[in-house]
Design a protein around this ligand. Structure first.
Ligand SMILES: [Fe+2]
Ligand SMILES: [Fe+2]
Length: 369
């Protein structure tokens, strides 16, 4: 009898250890993963993780709008509309937010009469608790196994949401600072562009093109963000070129060409003292290198040229060719695209040209090779 009890105790302890181990490994996995993502990606990951860990058919992440007292959907899966908004004053919702604790319902229809979560059966609500306040709410509904929610489901979901909420708060802070930085850079670049007759809007357009290429090539949020800053600053080296050279209508002298040609190097030098720009310096320095290693300022070739520079090269060339210059008129967009396709594998990275072509074609549908 005694040995039977010991065995039972041992089994219970092993089971409990298994649960704790599951929690700890989840914690490690998530804290590492979330730290590199932006808010949107964290929310999408949170939904995926909750669906996989707890095994539910429906999951959604809602953010709380304090002013309107409503919750709006940021990410979802299953039986949930992407633009669903929930009234934060409904009792079961306001309770979950106020007490900051998860709450489970076996059959929501029996307790919820205000239809804010209509269409769902068994439901688990878990607040997203930041450091000082509740950011929002996670809703899980209907386990694939058709079972009710157990205490272990609730525990695991708390681990996941706690990690996600902290990561979301950090990402918000990061995005706020980044917005401030981007705003400052944009006004700085605008001021620079107004001193020449023909660069107005060049930087903004190049940035727009690089962002589309990045999306087409599947770059992650962080890479895309760095590329955006790199694009906004790519011609910053032109600040050192005398205005009369930049605005010259006639043919440029050899030494004037050299001044212009050196702007990637000068740009990288200007920013090299600032730690925040460390990871975009190479992108700027090499943005006029040619894929086949010819004619670049440094003679870099192929993959030795940073991806940021290779993307910039295509975007930059497209905008330069489709804009008027003091010494030549602009070309039309289809003609320019054709020329860029011809230079694929020579001046430009073929995979970047391909991505740009895909995006361009979807936008314009006008040019077919
Ligand atoms: Fe440039
Ligand atoms: Fe440029």
């Amino acid at each position: 009898m005694e040995s039977h009890n010991i065995l039972n105790d041992l089994r219970a302890t092993v089971k409990e250890l298994g649960n704790v181990y599951e929690e700890i490994s989840l914690l490690y996995k998530l804290s590492e993963r979330f730290s590199t993502l932006n808010v949107k990606e964290i929310c999408e990951n949170l939904v995926d993780e909750a669906v996989a860990t707890v095994g539910v058919k429906t999951a959604s992440v809602l953010f709380f709008n304090e002013g309107l007292r409503t919750l709006y959907t940021r990410a979802c899966k299953g039986d949930w509309e992407k633009d669903r908004v929930i009234d934060g004053e409904v009792e079961i919702i306001s309770n979950a937010l106020e007490y900051g604790k998860p709450v489970a319902f076996c059959n929501l229809g029996a307790v919820e009469h205000e239809n804010c979560l209509s269409g769902l059966g068994s439901v688990l609500l878990c607040p997203l608790l930041g450091k000082g306040k509740t950011i929002g709410l996670m809703v899980l509904a209907d386990k694939s196994s058709e079972e009710e929610f157990y205490s272990n489901d609730i525990k695991l979901l708390m681990v996941i949401t706690r990690q996600a909420a902290m990561a979301i708060e950090n990402a918000f802070l990061y995005e706020e600072i980044e917005d401030l930085l981007l705003g400052t850079i944009k006004s700085f670049v605008k001021a620079l562009e107004t001193t020449t007759q023909w660069t107005a809007g060049h930087t903004e357009r190049v940035t727009m093109y690089t962002q589309h290429i990045a999306a087409e090539m599947g770059l992650d949020g962080k890479q895309t963000e760095r590329l955006k800053i790199c694009s906004l600053l790519h011609d910053i080296g032109k600040i050192a070129i005398p205005r009369d050279i930049l605005n010259k209508k006639g043919k440029l002298e050899e030494d004037e060409w050299i001044e212009i040609r050196n702007h990637p190097l000068v740009g990288a030098k200007i920013l090299s003292g600032l730690k925040a720009f460390d990871d975009i310096l190479d992108g700027i320095r090499y943005h006029h290198e040619h894929w086949d290693g010819t004619r670049g300022l440094f003679g870099l070739k192929g993959d030795d040229i940073p991806l940021m520079s290779r993307i910039l090269a295509v975007a930059d060339a497209f905008d330069a060719m489709t804009s008027d210059r003091p010494y030549r008129p602009r070309k039309n967009r289809n003609e320019t695209l054709k020329e860029i396709l011809e230079l694929s594998g020579k001046q430009f990275d073929p995979s970047v040209v391909e991505a740009f072509y895909r995006w361009f074609n979807r936008q314009h549908q006008a040019f077919l090779p």
